[in-house]
Design a protein around this ligand. Structure first.
Ligand code: ATP
Ligand code: MG
Length: 329
């Protein structure tokens, strides 16, 4: 069975963008692949987190939310990155095999560092830690949104470089898996940007745990354009195209079907239908979430994931550490 791995940072509350690029893909693949899902808490401190306790709270909330969305605890392995020390250890080795220039090309670093008062080194080297996350498990497939595609490319380059340098098939070369629809859900207030969980603009993102009343309000106030025709054109009509994309993901239909459904609607009708659909879907997920959050399931899943992931990671790490010359022979 092929192995698939993905992670979503506890850097903020999960958005419907994270659902499309991350959670939905796990739901689509968990039956056919060995699925490893981890919580990259170490990635979340690459930008300043004012309240560390919030990260811990979010870890628990995120796990409960994955399960509420339909992630099957009997099929996947779910663990917290910091509970597996091999990620940071391998990352160090990989950093010593990654040219500085390659990291300076990462667009996410440029975007995120521009927003920081002070930029810390971890934000710069974080794509290497992500490479370690992937390569430790020889994951063949890495489902993500478009924003992470460049980082998976980097992981491929690092793996190829290591394989060539040590003349061995040390690492499996991973492949990025993008969803057919929803690889980049846009910010509702500025549809030229991607929706992000670490946003400062409250109406720009819909969070999976938003109250349905607020969900409706956010959709109704989403920025569109001054035209009045509903059709899909991401260049000319980014706002409307984004709404059609959101509809398509949550109604589980193609973009073409979504366009057909709304071709004679005005913007208000389009928004009202999407708002109702999202409010209902998220409301259902939130009900399950509340039950799971207070059960023992969250810890059970995390304990078993920690054990499983450490076994695989330890073996891989020891092999690489030995090859690069660490320890005694
Ligand atoms: P942050 O702003 O803190 O980076 P984020 O919203 O980008 O948060 P991540 O934890 O970095 O979330 O990413 C988790 C997963 O969600 C990744 O697979 C990423 O590609 C995907 N993702 C993030 N934003 C979107 C989006 N707007 N549309 C589709 N997928 C997304
Ligand atoms: Mg991100």
């Amino acid at each position: 069975m092929k192995r698939l791995l993905t992670g979503l940072q506890p850097s903020g509350e999960l958005t419907i963008g994270n659902y499309c690029g991350g959670i939905k893909q796990i739901l689509d693949y968990q039956n056919d692949y060995e699925t490893i899902l981890f919580i990259p808490d170490m990635h979340s401190i690459t930008v300043r987190q004012e309240n560390p306790k919030l990260i811990q709270e979010r870890i628990r909330k995120h796990v409960a939310l994955y399960l509420a969305c339909g992630v099957d605890p009997n099929k996947i392995h779910l663990f917290i990155q910091s509970e597996n020390l091999y990620h940071a250890n391998l990352s160090w080795i990989l950093e010593c095999h990654t040219p500085y220039g390659e990291l300076t090309r990462m667009t996410q670093f440029k975007e995120k560092s521009a927003k920081q008062k002070e930029v810390y080194c971890g934000l710069f080297t974080y794509p290497v830690l992500m490479a370690a996350d992937i390569l430790l498990y020889d994951a063949e497939l890495v489902p993500t949104g478009i924003d992470q595609q460049q980082h998976v490319e980097l992981a491929r380059n690092i793996a190829e470089r290591m394989n060539n340098r040590y003349k061995k098939d040390l690492f499996t070369i991973p492949q990025c898996l993008l969803p057919k629809v929803g690889a980049k859900i846009k910010d509702l207030q500025d549809p030229t940007k991607k929706m992000s969980k670490s946003t400062d603009v409250p109406m720009s993102a819909i969070f999976m745990l938003d109250d349905p009343v607020l969900v409706r309000k956010k959709i109704m106030s989403a920025v569109t354009d001054s035209d009045s025709k509903v059709y899909f054109d991401e260049e000319k009509k980014p706002g409307v195209s984004n709404l059609l994309t959101i509809y398509s993901v949550f109604a589980e239909c193609s973009i073409n079907d979504a366009v057909k459904k709304f071709e004679n609607s005005n913007y208000k009708e389009l928004k009202t239908t999407i708002a109702e659909l999202l409010a209902t879907k998220l409301g259902e997920i939130q009900e399950k979430y509340q039950e799971i959050l207070n059960s023992t399931l969250v810890d059970e899943v995390l304990d078993s994931g920690r054990e499983y992931s450490n076994k695989i990671a330890e073996k891989k790490y020891r092999e690489i550490a030995h090859l690069v010359g660490f320890g005694r022979y």
